[in-house]
Design a protein. Sequence first.
Length: 124
Amino acid sequence: MFFSRKHTRWTAIALIAASAAFTTPSFAAPGYDGIWSVSIVTKKGDCIASYRYPMVIERGVLANGGAIALNVSGRVASTGAVKVTVSSGDKSATGYGRLAGNTGGGSWSGSSCSGSWTAERRSS
């Protein structure tokens, strides 16, 4: 299936949303620092069916690791709990889940799509 650039951007937003974290800076989780490859799967809505995107975690704080310009806000708790919000223009998505060791997974949702995500650490 072919998707428009609009769908690709929305899916990238959702992907990143699916891969971040939740905690305060004093509880940042450096044990999860590194470059992560995040895979998103859309289960509901008209977003691209699946997508992979690089993310960076530094001192427990998630950052955009790719070339698409997105606003990313998220952290990883010391327990591995993840919460992140990603936005671009008037579109946004939120992801929740958990990291454990070098892998993780969870769910994400935005205004018109939702699904699941998995993550794998590529380097620390």
